[in-house]
Write a protein that binds this ligand. Structure first.
Ligand code: PLP
Length: 458
């Protein structure tokens, strides 16, 4: 850990030379850059020596927890054997084995793994594959995508074109985005746009809304529907059971591909290896990243079914002309294999289901005591509280000046890092125990009490 003097020097350098993602620089300049130095299990320590729960698992990805020496060793061994080979022309043993392993875990015939260095590139690749799939089959007019409002698919231009999550600041970039994306409502019962009153009604109406768009645009112009099986950016709104099977059927009837963006939900987050398994739906293309290596090395992938891959056979005319220098990096192969080995050995998807169910019921209890909680949602170790200023009107808590900031600061002070905005989310490492999540929920409870007192809500 750096000394206090070294920490001061680091802080000055950070403020002078870092460009931190997405945050208002004024806030950073005022508060300073948070600097982390160490991690162990479900906790991380900052440079001041304070240990806190990692309630967000970094960016919803440290699935196996911090400080897993066996992953570090696997990466180090790979780097000393061969740190890189021309990934356009060669495979390496670990990367090949990782592709085989992923194919064995993914549902159905999602057997072809195209490696990238992150989630945005995986989505970018999926969108290009979806379009070219149709071109290769003589249906080049299928150039539109249907996404859902509130989604987050990444920050590159294609992926951003399909996202409207608030943090993306999409409006600013609109003039340089593709205009071939149409947006359907998100299946989000709490703020339903379609007049539904039950999860089932909401699921059916939301799926029908997708079909309406396909029909209005003309099915012969639509390449794919893209969606996160459970959208973190839309506040972990878990769709009713009818939704994904209906969307799958709609896509099939109109010759449209389905892209499941499992960048957050993949690798156990929702209590199964992949979230689409909750509904027995196999997408045509699946994007993954984050939990694939738990962040020990940056790796993403777009996984295609045999049928999709088949459309790219037959010579240079139909080849997928797309390559990413660090996609298929040997160290990523080693990291992914070691990470998945831990997940299998420790049965982390099952732990996510079991501990996640407990966490959700504890969070539901909080709703009875805290008027600032409008709704509680979750699946596996992916839960969110939707925060409101008024339960009757559902006005967001953000409408009360400073309330969200107060809450976020209190959560941090009481010993947890997590994401607090319109929602307070909890997505700890999948190694979390019942005791860990009880402690985390306690911090949320106390922080809400403090904030509600301060703003005069309680
Ligand atoms: N898709 C989803 C659902 C995501 O949540 C994210 C990132 O959070 C991405 C894509 C983009 O991934 P990355 O940040 O690795 O580019």
């Amino acid at each position: 850990m750096p000394t206090p003097e070294e920490t001061d020097v680091l802080q000055t350098a950070a403020l002078a030379n870092m460009w931190m993602p997405t945050q208002d620089w004024g806030d950073i300049a005022e508060a300073g850059v948070g600097i982390m130095s160490e991690g162990d299990g479900v906790r991380v320590r900052d440079v001041h020596g304070v240990w806190r729960y990692d309630g967000s698992a970094g960016l919803m990805l440290v699935n196996v927890g911090h400080g897993r020496q066996e992953i570090v060793d696997a990466i180090a061994a790979q780097l000393s054997r061969l740190h890189y080979a021309d990934t356009f022309r060669y495979g390496t043993p670990e990367v090949i084995r990782l592709a085989e392993k992923i194919a064995s875990l993914t549902p159905g015939d999602l057997n072809r793994v195209y490696f990238t260095s992150g989630g945005s590139e995986a989505v970018e690749s999926a969108m290009k594959i979806a379009y070219q799939y149709h071109v290769n089959r003589g249906e080049g007019t299928r150039e539109k995508f249907i996404a859902r409002r509130g989604s987050y698919h990444g920050v590159t231009r294609g992926a951003l074109s399909a996202g409207t999550s608030r943090v993306l600041g999409r409006e600013l970039y609109e003039p340089i985005l593709s205009d071939n994306v149409r947006f359907a409502p998100h299946p989000y019962l709490y703020r339903d746009e379609l007049g539904s009153t039950t999860p089932s009604e909401n699921a059916v109406r939301s799926a029908e809304a997708i079909e309406r768009i396909i029909v209005e645009e003309g099915p012969e112009t639509v390449a794919a529907v893209i969606g996160e099986p459970v959208s973190f950016s839309s506040g972990v709104a878990v769709p009713g059971d009818e939704y994904w099977p209906m969307v799958r059927d709609i896509c099939d009837r109109h010759g449209v591909l389905l892209i499941a963006d499992e960048v957050i939900t993949g690798f156990g987050r929702t209590g199964k290896w992949f979230a689409m398994e909750h509904w027995n739906v196999v997408a045509d293309l699946m994007t993954v990243a984050k939990g694939l290596t738990s962040g020990y090395f940056p790796v993403g992938a777009c996984i295609a079914t045999d049928r999709v891959f088949e459309a790219f056979q037959g010579g240079p005319e139909t080849t997928f002309r797309h390559g990413i220098t660090f996609g298929g990096h040997p160290a990523g192969g080693a990291a992914g294999l070691a990470n998945i080995a831990i997940m299998e050995r420790e049965e982390l998807p099952a732990n996510s289901a079991r501990v996640g169910a407990h966490m959700l019921s504890r969070l539901r209890e909080l709703r009875e005591r805290h008027p600032s909680i409008g709704d509680v949602r979750g699946i596996g170790l992916m839960c969110a509280l939707e925060l409101v200023a008024n339960r009757e009107t559902k006005e967001p808590l953000g409408s009360i000046d400073g309330a969200v900031k107060l809450l976020g600061a209190k959560v941090l002070e009481l010993g947890m890092i997590t994401r607090v905005g319109g929602n307070l989310s909890l997505t700890p490492p999948l190694t979390a125990t019942i005791d860990d999540v009880d402690a985390m929920v306690c911090i949320v409870d106390d922080s809400l009490s403090f904030m509600e007192r301060e703003i005069g809500m309680a």
